[in-house]
Ligand binder design. Sequence first.
Ligand code: SAM
Length: 248
Amino acid sequence: MVVVADKSLVLLKGKKREYLVEASDKKFHTDHGILDLGELREKTFGGTLMTHLGYEYAIIKPRAPDFFRHCKRTGAPMMPKDIGIILAYTGLCPEDNVLDAGTGSGILAIYLGTIAKKVVTYERNGEFVKIARKNIEAAGLRNVELRHADIVSEVPHLKKNFNLITLDMKDAAMVIPHIKKVLKPGGFLATYSPFFEQTEDIRVAIEREGFSEVQTLECVERNLDFTKRGTRPSTRVAHTGFITIARL
Ligand SMILES: C[S@@+](CC[C@H](N)C(=O)[O-])C[C@H]1O[C@@H](n2cnc3c(N)ncnc32)[C@H](O)[C@@H]1O
């Protein structure tokens, strides 16, 4: 069993609520009493922590979906369903170097970093950089390098070093003319855009560059609601974005 080190991030999972906390000297107030976060240092992942009222929380090592749910956000992070499509259709693996832009809250970069050898992620907004850096550090990922810069002006200076390039940003189409210089043969480009118009610009740019295996798709996630009256698909149908995947 792995012991919880000082300052480690821990997911405390109760019957109804869960919290992402740090092992520290602090006390954490919940609906079910106070948790002494100092006690975490004597515990192991897989163990439990009790509130002063006797409610039990499981001590869990957080994983990428926990960061998605609990990290501080600067805008709309990519949803796990869309991240899943990118991981599956590009076959991301532990030998891969990834170029990612824009970082946003760092959610996609965190998922990529849990699999890839190295992720270099670009964000041009300084305030977002601070928050994403905290999120990435909290995830304990030393292989994710966050650069505060505009990818459109930086990409011409990068080397041909990447197996996957992910673009989740408005001007993705402006980056595409430079992709051939930085993406290794057989590597993938994956873009994400909420609008048809952006997606069309991306497709036009991809067409000019002569990629292969080009496809644009939308992942529709539909949950099932289990109620006393019966079981049926959830009435919440939400659009997120269109994913375009292309290969060199
Ligand atoms: C939708 S968010 C990305 C969300 C991110 N994929 C995540 O999962 O948290 C788009 C981000 O791209 C950044 N951005 C837009 N244009 C950029 C550029 N040219 N270079 C770097 N970052 C850029 C924006 O500041 C914004 O934070």
